[in-house]
Design a protein around this ligand. Structure first.
Ligand code: UP5
Ligand code: MG
Length: 190
């Protein structure tokens, strides 16, 4: 299938670091399709799937949903889409996510964007967001951040060791962050 030959960019960073915001900017300028793993999981809850209740309880606890569920949702979205360039936002969050995706899709990312931002700023952004997300409360934010440090930072280190990590200072205003992001995509055409 086409999507298995596609270009994939993973987009990582702490909760509230601007993954969704910057992916939206990228798709305006470059022919990438953006899939947020978190958005796909939240849609799965709304669709009343058999896993909905389990996914919801894991998101409220800031825990990482089992890979088989997330990877299936991502593959389905990619397959149905038809593009061959994808931004995968908020995934892989742990070693299991990474291995299951890479082994089943036989795709390694072209590069991995990493939005670096201090915890105090992440907390401020999330508490100001006000979009009714069930995990945007101070207790869950603390848990999300802990899981990020324990499980997702090692994934960033893994890609850094492979020379694939592109670290961006995400504590700056959104426009300035995008200036840095844009440079990384310029070789992929407009
Ligand atoms: N904002 C953005 N950029 C800014 C800037 N430069 N300056 C000032 N403000 C800025 O941004 C967050 C807020 O900050 C917004 O109000 C924005 O306007 C402002 P956003 O772009 O939404 O940041 P993002 O990094 O996308 O934050 P998000 O909360 O979505 O990140 P999370 O990683 O926490 O959420 P996600 O949806 O990826 O995952 C949620 C949960 O789903 C996880 O905790 C987990 O339980 C589960 N999950 C899995 O189990 N597996 C997965 O693979 C994915 C998710
Ligand atoms: Mg997001």
């Amino acid at each position: 299938p086409m999507w298995k030959k596609s270009t994939v960019v993973f987009v990582l960073g702490g909760p509230g670091s601007g993954k969704g915001t910057q992916c939206a900017n990228v798709v305006k300028h470059f022919r990438f399709t953006h899939f947020s793993a978190g958005d796909l999981l939240r849609a799965e809850i709304r669709s009343r799937s058999e896993f909905g209740a389990m996914i919801q309880s894991m998101i409220v606890e800031g825990r990482i949903v089992p890979s088989e569920i997330t990877v299936k949702l991502l593959f389905k979205a990619m397959e149905e889409n038809g593009n061959d360039k994808f931004l995968i936002d908020g995934f892989p969050r742990n070693e299991e996510n990474r291995i299951v995706f890479e082994n089943l899709a036989k795709i390694e990312p072209a590069f991995v964007l990493f939005f670096d931002c201090p915890e105090e700023e992440l907390e401020r952004r999330i508490m100001n967001r006000n979009q009714g997300r069930e995990d945007d409360n101070i207790e869950t934010i603390k848990k999300r951040f802990k899981v990020f440090v324990e499980s997702t930072l090692p994934i960033a280190s893994y890609y850094e060791s492979k020379g694939k990590l592109r670290k961006i200072n995400a504590a700056k205003p959104s426009e300035e962050v995008f200036d840095a992001v844009k440079d990384l995509f310029s070789s992929y055409g407009t």
